[in-house]
Design a protein around this ligand. Structure first.
Ligand code: NAD
Ligand code: ZN
Length: 241
């Protein structure tokens, strides 16, 4: 196990272009549940069915309640040591950027600068109907769009919607020229992010609590928590050089 971390640390040192790809597992240790493990926790509904364009269109109250719950959950959540280490690695030139499926903004809060938020950000609100930006308080107070009376929604990518073109394009470019890609805390089941690691022509590393599904696609698979693996790798990185 320690051998794998030492190998990862040496690859990080050697690589001239490293991209980190994160998912919900990056944030569970900050108190934000992922979707797979939290199935049934909220009104016995699979979150993946509510975080959808279909729910927004056809079941708006449920949709709004779900996002109100998620936004309120975020209030006390802070980046953990793992987020801070990634920000530090960017400053030290070890990684070039982060592409994330997370909508919680914790990478920003930790000080990372080059971040592609492939699924948007839950902290800002817009109108589904006229696209005008709106205040968070208006959404939380269940108000309609002040501009057109339409449905307010967070700026996240819902199941059934397409990803922001520029963010996806830039992340694709970065990963295509990466010598190392480190995938952390994602089940890699959501398209098209699930396809991104394969664009890397260099080394591919997978860090996740549950590693059974994707092992064959990666050069190095590390079973563990994001915070723990990043903390230990960071320590080794100091020793390597
Ligand atoms: P997912 O829920 O499908 O998978 C998370 C993975 O992380 C699982 O395989 C789990 O075993 C692993 N994991 C959980 N805790 C971990 C930890 N501490 N360390 C390492 N691994 C851990 O999440 P996904 O692949 O990101 O896809 C879910 C979708 O839901 C995404 O589109 C995302 O936008 C959205 N989502 C975002 C957040 C967030 O912003 N924090 C939270 C939940 C869901
Ligand atoms: Zn509107």
């Amino acid at each position: 196990d320690e051998k794998k971390l030492t190998l990862l640390a040496s690859w990080i040192k050697e690589s001239r272009h490293t991209v980190v790809l994160t998912g919900a597992g990056m944030s569970t240790e900050s108190g934000i549940p992922d979707f797979r493990s939290s199935k049934g926790l909220w009104r016995n509904i699979d979150p993946r069915t509510v975080a959808s364009k279909d729910a927004l269109d056809n079941n708006y109250e449920l949709f709004r309640d779900f996002y109100t719950m998620r936004i309120e959950n975020l209030r006390d959540c802070k980046p953990h040591e793992g987020h801070k280490i990634l920000a530090d690695w960017e400053r030290r030139g070890f990684i070039s950027c982060i592409a994330t499926q997370n909508v919680d903004g914790l990478h920003h809060m930790a000080g990372s600068e080059k971040i592609y938020e492939l699924h948007g950000n839950i902290r800002t609100i817009r109108c589904e109907d006229c696209d005008a930006p709106a205040e968070m308080t208006e959404f939380l107070e269940r108000k309609p769009c002040p501009n057109c009376g339409g449905k307010l929604r967070p700026n996240v990518v819902l199941f059934g919607e397409s990803l922001p073109y520029t963010e996806l394009y830039n992340a694709t470019q970065e990963i295509s020229k990466a010598e190392l890609v480190i995938v952390i805390g994602t089940s890699l089941q959501v398209y098209p992010v699930s396809q991104l690691p394969d664009l890397c022509k260099g080394k591919k590393v997978y860090i996740n609590l549950d590693v059974d599904i994707h092992s064959h696609q990666f050069d190095l698979v590390i079973k563990g928590s994001a915070r723990d693996v990043l903390t230990r790798t960071n320590t080794l990185l100091q020793e390597v050089g």
